[in-house]
Design a protein around this ligand. Structure first.
Ligand SMILES: [Zn+2]
Length: 271
């Protein structure tokens, strides 16, 4: 087998893929940490109320369709936000109920949350979500089995590859994994919990662009993970705009929602 035969195959003449994903955690990001203090929670509310409309406008201008992962609690409290996301042609995926860490739950609780999440999001988006991302990217021993059982197409949680891959088959379905990375996430750099200082946007932007260039050279998938409440501050929205520009001006990169990347991977029967 030659090296070329082992390279991932992307649509048309694309050499790599890129996805813009947003975890609309709102207040649940803080509730899951046991915080119920109003000012801290208001940082979460900034996401759906103030940041989301600006992000949607920016994506529309860039002609990029993204994936939004939304906890059921957030969908129930901000149904108009979910409708606006779906109406703009973006994908909506499941992301727990109150951003609980499924690694702390027993399998029955975890399955109940998965079911609730599907029942809450499906009518708001007009279609059943096919993607699942665990809150805080922490899985239990049965998470992937439950996702397969409930008909999901893909998981976007693992950090072991630069390319998608298939999980072992369970319930007659091999979930496609579209890997993520903390380095492509805004929270480790910008989320302020009172314990360390906030990083300046410029160096973080430079890191993201270099990471994207490297993954593109490796023919992989760059899976950006942003949080509207974090990336939505004006100084960071400027970063997002630069990232969108850079990706759009890089030749032969396929930008798509994760659902389409997963479907491509499955349809082209890549391992
Ligand atoms: Zn989250």
């Amino acid at each position: 087998m030659t090296a070329a035969e082992t390279l991932p195959r992307w649509p048309g003449d694309s050499r790599a893929a890129c996805a813009f994903t947003f975890d609309l955690d709102a207040e649940t990001l803080w509730m899951a940490r046991g915080v119920h203090e109003p000012v801290t929670l208001s940082q979460g509310r900034f996401g759906p109320v103030e940041a989301l409309p600006r992000i949607l406008a920016m994506l529309e201008k860039a002609e990029v369709r993204a994936s939004f992962f939304i906890p059921a609690w957030v969908a129930s409290h901000y149904p108009e936000a979910v409708r606006a996301i779906a109406k703009a042609g973006h994908e909506v995926g499941c992301h727990g109920d109150e951003h609980e860490r499924v690694s702390d739950l027993d399998p029955k609780q975890e399955e109940a949350i998965l079911t609730k999440s599907l029942e809450t999001l499906t009518p708001l988006c007009g279609r059943r979500p096919v993607g699942w991302r665990a809150p805080a990217w922490q899985l239990s021993a049965c998470s992937l089995d439950l996702a397969a059982k409930h008909g999901f197409e893909y998981s976007s949680n693992m950090m072991d590859r630069l390319v998608p891959y298939r999980h072992p088959e369970a319930h007659g379905r091999a979930l496609v994994e579209i890997p993520v990375s903390w380095v492509l996430d805004d929270a480790p750099f910008f989320m302020f919990t009172g314990q360390r200082s906030i990083q300046a946007p410029g160096p973080v932007l430079q890191g993201w662009l270099t990471e994207f260039d490297g993954i593109t050279e490796a023919h992989g998938v760059t899976n950006f993970t942003f949080h509207p409440q974090i990336i939505g501050r004006p100084s960071r929205l400027a970063c997002l705009r630069e990232v969108l520009d850079h990706v759009k001006h890089t030749p032969r990169v396929w930008t798509a929602p994760l659902a389409e990347i997963a479907a491509h991977w499955r349809n082209t029967q890549q391992p």
